[in-house]
Design a protein around this ligand. Structure first.
Ligand code: SF4
Length: 285
């Protein structure tokens, strides 16, 4: 199996204490069986704290979050107590893996970094060059060549982002995003605030389309599509492209209104990409 990576993959390094949207907050942290057994056997104060934090359910183990939904081992300075006291090898699988993802397409393994991580958004958007992917044998390819390499025929599927700022389209995008399962209370408010300024959104987006760095949105569009390529056989490439187009347009409309900011992409990702149910809903039609 050939592993294929986006070209910025090796530049990823967790921002740790400098991260404003730490992945150690707001998510339930599942603990794999091997790590849970190691934690249970650990002596000393940290072992006691680990045993107190582990919750066992019929679905497996997880850490009990604090009242403000933080991992109990996230220190006030934003660093991980387990890494500081035991080293990275003590992390459970999910903490060691995040934000990496892996997907099989044919006999290739697509390896990526998830956009819910602010560092990954910064890396993706730090360049205006066309997005490139690198196979483990060193072959470098653009997005069209990647599809070809995976045996996926693009046909009429657009490979670049084309903004369509119109009231009908933007109202439809916001309606569909409002119908996704909210990750938090702020999500419906965010959508309502955008709906309340629909005509400004469209006007700003039309002006922005003429002056913005369009390559930025091609990178977003292709990367969103890249993450879903494992579904191409089941859902079809054109449905995935429509999903990526709608999602990129959502980021684009906020950038046009509020100024280009990687946070618009990160926020979209944590709400949509990290919920299979929400991806399914957006792919429904
Ligand atoms: S979101 Fe990314 S940068 Fe922030 S703590 Fe998690 S892995 Fe590190």
């Amino acid at each position: 199996m050939t592993a294929i990576y986006p070209d910025f993959y090796d530049r990823f390094a967790c921002k740790a204490g400098d991260c404003r949207h730490s992945c150690c907050r707001g998510w339930e942290i599942d603990v794999d069986g091997e790590s849970a057994a190691y934690y249970r056997a650990l002596p000393g104060t940290l072992g006691d704290d680990l045993r107190a934090a582990l919750v066992e359910t019929e679905d497996g183990c997880h850490f009990r979050l604090t009242d403000d939904e933080r991992c109990p081992f996230l220190r006030p300075d934003g660093l991980c107590r387990l890494i500081r006291e035991l080293g990275e090898e003590a992390l459970c699988d999910i903490c060691a893996l995040h934000p990496r993802f892996y997907a099989e397409v044919g006999d290739a393994e697509l390896c990526g970094l998830g956009l819910s991580c602010e560092k990954v958004c910064e890396l993706l958007l730090s360049s205006s060059a066309p997005l490139r992917f690198v196979a483990e044998d060193g072959e470098s390819m653009d997005f069209a060549a990647l599809l070809c390499c995976l045996g996926l025929k693009a046909g009429v599927t657009p490979l670049r982002f084309v903004p369509v700022p119109s009231e009908a389209r933007y109202a439809e995008i916001l309606r569909r995003l409002a119908a996704t399962e909210p990750i938090d209370k702020a999500w419906p408010e965010q959508i309502r605030a955008l709906e309340a300024c629909l005509s400004d959104l469209v006007e700003n987006a039309a002006e922005y389309a003429a002056v913005c760095d369009r390559a930025r949105y091609d990178r977003i569009y292709q990367y969103i599509l890249f993450r879903q390529l494992e579904r191409a056989g089941e859902d079809g490439l054109s449905a995935l492209a429509a999903y990526a187009g709608l999602s990129t347009e959502f980021v684009f409309m906020q950038d046009a209104l509020l100024g280009a900011d990687p946070e618009h992409l990160r926020r979209w990702s944590e709400q949509i990409e990290y919920s299979t149910e929400n991806v399914d809903r957006l792919l429904e039609n």
